[in-house]
Design a protein around this ligand. Sequence first.
Ligand code: NAD
Length: 260
Amino acid sequence: DHKLENKVAIVTGAASGIGRASALRLAKSGAKVGLIDLKEENADTVKQEIENNGEEAIISDTDVSNPQEVEASIQKVVEKWGRLDFVFVNAGINGRVAPIEDLTPDDWDQTLTTNLKSTFLTAKYAIPHMKESGGSIVITSSINGNRTFTGFGMTAYSSSKAGQMAFGKMAALELAEYRIRVNIICPGAIETNIGENTHPDKQKLKNIEIPVEYPEGSQPLEHGAGSPEQVADLVHFLASNESSHITGTELYIDGAESLL
Ligand code: NAD
Protein backbone atom coordinates (compact mmCIF):
# COMPACT_ATOMS: atom_id res chain seq x y z
CA ASP A 1 0.00 0.00 0.00
CA HIS A 2 2.60 2.57 -1.03
CA LYS A 3 0.94 4.09 -4.07
CA LEU A 4 1.74 7.63 -2.94
CA GLU A 5 5.42 7.10 -2.13
CA ASN A 6 7.42 10.32 -2.72
CA LYS A 7 4.20 12.31 -3.24
CA VAL A 8 3.36 15.48 -1.36
CA ALA A 9 -0.23 16.23 -0.36
CA ILE A 10 -2.14 19.08 1.27
CA VAL A 11 -5.38 18.54 3.18
CA THR A 12 -7.54 21.45 4.34
CA GLY A 13 -9.83 20.90 7.30
CA ALA A 14 -7.33 18.21 8.31
CA ALA A 15 -7.93 18.43 12.07
CA SER A 16 -11.26 16.60 12.11
CA GLY A 17 -13.68 14.26 10.38
CA ILE A 18 -13.19 13.60 6.66
CA GLY A 19 -9.99 15.68 6.47
CA ARG A 20 -8.37 13.88 9.40
CA ALA A 21 -9.23 10.39 8.09
CA SER A 22 -7.98 11.34 4.61
CA ALA A 23 -4.71 12.79 5.90
CA LEU A 24 -4.07 9.53 7.79
CA ARG A 25 -4.97 7.44 4.71
CA LEU A 26 -2.69 9.46 2.39
CA ALA A 27 0.19 9.24 4.87
CA LYS A 28 -0.33 5.48 5.25
CA SER A 29 0.12 5.23 1.49
CA GLY A 30 3.45 7.04 1.68
CA ALA A 31 2.53 10.68 1.04
CA LYS A 32 4.01 13.52 3.05
CA VAL A 33 1.07 15.60 4.22
CA GLY A 34 0.59 19.31 4.95
CA LEU A 35 -2.25 19.62 7.45
CA ILE A 36 -4.16 22.89 7.14
CA ASP A 37 -6.78 23.87 9.70
CA LEU A 38 -7.95 26.66 11.99
CA LYS A 39 -7.75 24.39 14.99
CA GLU A 40 -4.05 23.99 15.53
CA GLU A 41 -4.36 21.84 18.63
CA ASN A 42 -6.50 19.22 16.87
CA ALA A 43 -4.26 19.34 13.80
CA ASP A 44 -1.30 18.67 16.06
CA THR A 45 -3.00 15.50 17.32
CA VAL A 46 -3.38 14.31 13.71
CA LYS A 47 0.30 15.13 13.06
CA GLN A 48 1.25 13.01 16.09
CA GLU A 49 -0.90 10.12 14.83
CA ILE A 50 0.84 10.27 11.44
CA GLU A 51 4.31 10.47 13.00
CA ASN A 52 3.54 7.58 15.33
CA ASN A 53 3.00 5.49 12.19
CA GLY A 54 6.46 6.52 10.94
CA GLU A 55 5.14 8.94 8.29
CA GLU A 56 5.68 12.68 7.85
CA ALA A 57 3.36 15.66 8.31
CA ILE A 58 3.52 19.37 9.05
CA ILE A 59 0.74 21.61 10.29
CA SER A 60 -0.25 25.09 9.30
CA ASP A 61 -2.59 27.18 11.41
CA THR A 62 -4.59 28.70 8.56
CA ASP A 63 -7.98 30.24 7.90
CA VAL A 64 -8.78 28.95 4.42
CA SER A 65 -10.82 32.06 3.63
CA ASN A 66 -7.80 34.33 4.10
CA PRO A 67 -5.75 34.70 0.87
CA GLN A 68 -2.42 35.56 2.55
CA GLU A 69 -2.70 32.68 5.00
CA VAL A 70 -3.60 30.17 2.28
CA GLU A 71 -0.74 31.29 0.06
CA ALA A 72 1.74 31.10 2.97
CA SER A 73 0.57 27.66 4.10
CA ILE A 74 0.97 26.16 0.62
CA GLN A 75 4.35 27.84 0.26
CA LYS A 76 5.43 26.28 3.56
CA VAL A 77 4.64 22.77 2.27
CA VAL A 78 6.44 23.29 -1.04
CA GLU A 79 9.49 24.76 0.72
CA LYS A 80 9.62 21.78 3.07
CA TRP A 81 9.30 18.98 0.51
CA GLY A 82 10.03 20.64 -2.84
CA ARG A 83 6.88 19.61 -4.72
CA LEU A 84 3.09 19.31 -4.58
CA ASP A 85 1.10 16.42 -6.10
CA PHE A 86 -2.28 16.34 -4.42
CA VAL A 87 -4.59 18.90 -2.84
CA PHE A 88 -7.70 17.95 -0.89
CA VAL A 89 -9.91 21.04 -0.72
CA ASN A 90 -12.10 19.95 2.16
CA ALA A 91 -12.44 22.52 4.97
CA GLY A 92 -16.03 23.59 5.42
CA ILE A 93 -18.81 24.58 7.77
CA ASN A 94 -22.56 24.16 7.81
CA GLY A 95 -22.90 27.83 8.72
CA ARG A 96 -26.06 29.29 10.18
CA VAL A 97 -29.17 27.20 9.57
CA ALA A 98 -32.23 29.47 9.29
CA PRO A 99 -35.03 30.46 6.92
CA ILE A 100 -33.90 32.80 4.12
CA GLU A 101 -35.63 35.85 5.56
CA ASP A 102 -33.80 35.41 8.87
CA LEU A 103 -30.35 34.79 7.39
CA THR A 104 -28.27 37.97 7.59
CA PRO A 105 -25.97 39.08 4.76
CA ASP A 106 -23.10 38.32 7.14
CA ASP A 107 -24.38 34.75 7.69
CA TRP A 108 -24.47 34.29 3.93
CA ASP A 109 -20.96 35.69 3.48
CA GLN A 110 -19.54 33.53 6.25
CA THR A 111 -20.79 30.28 4.70
CA LEU A 112 -19.99 31.20 1.10
CA THR A 113 -16.55 32.55 2.03
CA THR A 114 -15.55 29.61 4.20
CA ASN A 115 -16.77 26.95 1.75
CA LEU A 116 -16.56 28.45 -1.74
CA LYS A 117 -14.12 31.36 -1.79
CA SER A 118 -11.69 29.10 0.08
CA THR A 119 -11.98 26.53 -2.73
CA PHE A 120 -10.90 29.16 -5.25
CA LEU A 121 -8.09 30.40 -2.99
CA THR A 122 -6.68 26.94 -2.28
CA ALA A 123 -6.69 26.04 -5.98
CA LYS A 124 -5.29 29.43 -7.00
CA TYR A 125 -2.23 29.16 -4.77
CA ALA A 126 -1.66 25.43 -5.35
CA ILE A 127 -1.82 25.35 -9.16
CA PRO A 128 1.51 27.13 -9.85
CA HIS A 129 3.27 24.36 -7.92
CA MET A 130 1.51 21.54 -9.81
CA LYS A 131 1.72 22.74 -13.42
CA GLU A 132 5.08 21.21 -14.19
CA SER A 133 4.52 17.60 -13.14
CA GLY A 134 0.72 17.40 -13.01
CA GLY A 135 -1.35 16.24 -10.09
CA SER A 136 -4.78 15.84 -8.61
CA ILE A 137 -7.20 18.12 -6.79
CA VAL A 138 -10.27 16.83 -4.96
CA ILE A 139 -13.01 19.13 -3.67
CA THR A 140 -15.48 18.09 -0.96
CA SER A 141 -18.92 19.23 -2.03
CA SER A 142 -22.03 17.36 -0.76
CA ILE A 143 -25.17 15.61 -1.95
CA ASN A 144 -26.72 18.87 -0.71
CA GLY A 145 -25.07 20.59 -3.69
CA ASN A 146 -27.59 19.21 -6.18
CA ARG A 147 -29.41 16.02 -5.21
CA THR A 148 -30.75 16.10 -1.70
CA PHE A 149 -32.40 19.17 -0.23
CA THR A 150 -33.93 17.91 2.97
CA GLY A 151 -31.68 20.19 5.01
CA PHE A 152 -34.20 23.01 5.39
CA GLY A 153 -32.63 26.28 6.41
CA MET A 154 -29.44 25.38 4.52
CA THR A 155 -29.76 27.60 1.46
CA ALA A 156 -26.33 29.17 2.01
CA TYR A 157 -24.66 25.78 2.56
CA SER A 158 -26.28 24.19 -0.50
CA SER A 159 -25.41 27.20 -2.65
CA SER A 160 -21.78 26.97 -1.58
CA LYS A 161 -21.70 23.23 -2.31
CA ALA A 162 -23.28 23.71 -5.75
CA GLY A 163 -20.72 26.44 -6.45
CA GLN A 164 -17.90 24.05 -5.57
CA MET A 165 -19.20 21.59 -8.18
CA ALA A 166 -19.24 24.21 -10.92
CA PHE A 167 -15.81 25.47 -9.90
CA GLY A 168 -14.39 21.94 -9.96
CA LYS A 169 -15.69 21.18 -13.45
CA MET A 170 -14.44 24.44 -14.93
CA ALA A 171 -11.08 23.85 -13.24
CA ALA A 172 -10.90 20.31 -14.71
CA LEU A 173 -11.27 21.75 -18.21
CA GLU A 174 -8.84 24.59 -17.62
CA LEU A 175 -6.14 22.45 -16.03
CA ALA A 176 -6.30 19.35 -18.24
CA GLU A 177 -3.44 20.65 -20.39
CA TYR A 178 -1.17 20.48 -17.34
CA ARG A 179 -2.38 16.98 -16.45
CA ILE A 180 -3.91 18.33 -13.28
CA ARG A 181 -7.09 16.34 -12.61
CA VAL A 182 -9.91 17.91 -10.62
CA ASN A 183 -12.75 15.86 -9.12
CA ILE A 184 -15.61 16.61 -6.78
CA ILE A 185 -16.78 14.24 -4.07
CA CYS A 186 -20.34 14.43 -2.73
CA PRO A 187 -20.72 12.70 0.61
CA GLY A 188 -24.07 11.98 2.20
CA ALA A 189 -24.29 12.07 5.98
CA ILE A 190 -20.92 11.13 7.47
CA GLU A 191 -20.19 10.75 11.20
CA THR A 192 -18.10 13.86 11.98
CA ASN A 193 -18.21 16.95 14.20
CA ILE A 194 -19.63 19.24 11.52
CA GLY A 195 -22.99 19.65 13.27
CA GLU A 196 -21.31 20.72 16.52
CA ASN A 197 -21.65 24.45 15.99
CA THR A 198 -24.87 24.33 14.03
CA HIS A 199 -27.85 25.32 16.12
CA PRO A 200 -30.88 25.57 13.89
CA ASP A 201 -33.64 27.71 15.32
CA LYS A 202 -36.20 24.92 15.48
CA GLN A 203 -38.95 27.37 16.42
CA LYS A 204 -38.44 29.41 13.26
CA LEU A 205 -38.05 26.36 11.02
CA LYS A 206 -41.07 24.54 12.37
CA ASN A 207 -43.45 26.19 9.95
CA ILE A 208 -41.52 24.82 7.01
CA GLU A 209 -42.84 21.34 6.38
CA ILE A 210 -40.25 18.80 5.30
CA PRO A 211 -42.09 17.00 2.48
CA VAL A 212 -40.49 13.60 2.94
CA GLU A 213 -39.92 12.25 6.42
CA TYR A 214 -36.21 11.56 6.80
CA PRO A 215 -36.25 7.79 7.26
CA GLU A 216 -34.67 6.02 10.18
CA GLY A 217 -31.32 4.55 9.01
CA SER A 218 -31.18 7.09 6.24
CA GLN A 219 -28.61 5.40 4.02
CA PRO A 220 -29.87 2.15 2.45
CA LEU A 221 -26.39 0.67 2.36
CA GLU A 222 -25.31 1.56 5.89
CA HIS A 223 -28.53 1.85 7.89
CA GLY A 224 -27.04 5.03 9.27
CA ALA A 225 -24.32 7.49 8.32
CA GLY A 226 -21.08 6.64 6.54
CA SER A 227 -17.67 6.91 8.19
CA PRO A 228 -14.85 9.38 7.46
CA GLU A 229 -12.63 6.36 6.70
CA GLN A 230 -14.94 5.28 3.86
CA VAL A 231 -14.61 8.75 2.33
CA ALA A 232 -10.84 8.65 2.87
CA ASP A 233 -10.57 5.52 0.69
CA LEU A 234 -12.23 7.42 -2.17
CA VAL A 235 -9.94 10.40 -1.64
CA HIS A 236 -6.93 8.08 -1.73
CA PHE A 237 -8.15 6.53 -5.00
CA LEU A 238 -8.56 9.97 -6.58
CA ALA A 239 -5.10 11.01 -5.38
CA SER A 240 -3.47 7.90 -6.86
CA ASN A 241 -2.70 6.93 -10.44
CA GLU A 242 -5.49 4.36 -10.30
CA SER A 243 -7.80 7.24 -11.24
CA SER A 244 -5.49 8.62 -13.94
CA HIS A 245 -8.29 9.07 -16.53
CA ILE A 246 -10.88 10.48 -14.13
CA THR A 247 -11.34 14.24 -14.12
CA GLY A 248 -14.23 16.69 -13.93
CA THR A 249 -16.55 14.16 -12.29
CA GLU A 250 -18.83 14.27 -9.29
CA LEU A 251 -18.54 11.11 -7.21
CA TYR A 252 -21.39 10.38 -4.82
CA ILE A 253 -20.45 8.58 -1.63
CA ASP A 254 -23.70 8.34 0.26
CA GLY A 255 -24.84 4.70 0.49
CA ALA A 256 -27.68 5.66 -1.89
CA GLU A 257 -29.01 8.31 0.52
CA SER A 258 -29.61 10.73 -2.34
CA LEU A 259 -31.79 8.18 -4.17
CA LEU A 260 -34.35 7.93 -1.39
P1 NAD B 1 -15.60 18.59 10.64
O1 NAD B 1 -16.23 19.76 11.33
O2 NAD B 1 -15.39 17.33 11.41
O3 NAD B 1 -14.19 19.04 10.02
C1 NAD B 1 -14.04 20.25 9.33
C2 NAD B 1 -12.69 20.87 9.64
O4 NAD B 1 -12.58 22.10 8.88
C3 NAD B 1 -12.53 21.26 11.12
O5 NAD B 1 -11.33 20.73 11.65
C4 NAD B 1 -12.52 22.78 11.10
O6 NAD B 1 -11.67 23.36 12.10
C5 NAD B 1 -11.98 23.08 9.70
N1 NAD B 1 -12.34 24.42 9.25
C6 NAD B 1 -13.56 25.01 9.29
N2 NAD B 1 -13.48 26.28 8.85
C7 NAD B 1 -12.17 26.50 8.53
C8 NAD B 1 -11.45 27.62 8.04
N3 NAD B 1 -12.06 28.80 7.78
N4 NAD B 1 -10.13 27.48 7.83
C9 NAD B 1 -9.50 26.31 8.10
N5 NAD B 1 -10.12 25.23 8.57
C10 NAD B 1 -11.44 25.32 8.79
O7 NAD B 1 -16.50 18.33 9.35
P2 NAD B 1 -16.48 17.26 8.15
O8 NAD B 1 -17.81 16.65 8.15
O9 NAD B 1 -15.26 16.42 8.19
O10 NAD B 1 -16.43 18.28 6.92
C11 NAD B 1 -15.48 18.24 5.88
C12 NAD B 1 -16.16 18.61 4.57
O11 NAD B 1 -17.13 17.62 4.26
C13 NAD B 1 -16.93 19.94 4.59
O12 NAD B 1 -16.65 20.65 3.40
C14 NAD B 1 -18.37 19.51 4.63
O13 NAD B 1 -19.23 20.47 4.04
C15 NAD B 1 -18.32 18.24 3.83
N6 NAD B 1 -19.44 17.31 4.02
C16 NAD B 1 -19.68 16.74 5.23
C17 NAD B 1 -20.74 15.87 5.39
C18 NAD B 1 -21.06 15.23 6.71
O14 NAD B 1 -22.15 14.65 6.86
N7 NAD B 1 -20.18 15.26 7.68
C19 NAD B 1 -21.57 15.59 4.30
C20 NAD B 1 -21.30 16.18 3.06
C21 NAD B 1 -20.22 17.04 2.94
